[in-house]
Design a binder for this molecule. Structure first.
Ligand SMILES: [Fe+2]
Length: 135
């Protein structure tokens, strides 16, 4: 998948969450093209960082979803859990001796993130806009 990068069509209309999504994209870009100098310690640190930042970001979204009584919360939580599970197994593979970042996991991370932002996170944005307009 060429040209995996942030673009404005990914905006969910929330500066904080947009900046989180940009950071997640950045982690994946680095894993996709870590550069000539990257050694195993560097890759491990990036994979650790991706998992930690993902947990931080998902928690932040989930707090706002709970505060606003988002009816799609359970479905959203299930999607987050699926991604965390996959990313955590990826991290554990690295801790257990994996030395390369495979195409399968890279494609999964990219596709999942873009699809999730464009459908699920956008769905929450629409809900927030609707409830704000009604209050
Ligand atoms: Fe989300």
């Amino acid at each position: 998948m060429p040209d995996f990068a942030w673009n404005d069509s990914y905006s969910v209309g929330d500066e904080e969450f947009d900046s989180h999504h940009k950071q997640l994209i950045r982690y994946i870009q680095i894993l996709d093209d870590p550069g000539e100098q990257a050694d195993l310690d560097f890759l491990r640190a990036i994979v650790d960082g991706l998992v930690a930042y993902t947990n931080y970001h998902f928690s932040a979204e989930e707090v706002v979803m709970r505060e606003t009584d988002y009816p799609g919360l359970d479905r959203h939580l299930a999607q987050h859990a699926e991604f965390v599970d996959k990313a955590t197994r990826f991290r554990d593979d690295f801790r257990d001796g994996a030395v390369t970042v495979g195409d399968e996991i890279l494609d999964y991370l990219k596709l999942w993130l873009v699809k999730h932002i464009l459908t699920e996170d956008r769905g929450f944005t629409r809900y927030r806009e609707k409830t704000l307009a009604a209050s």
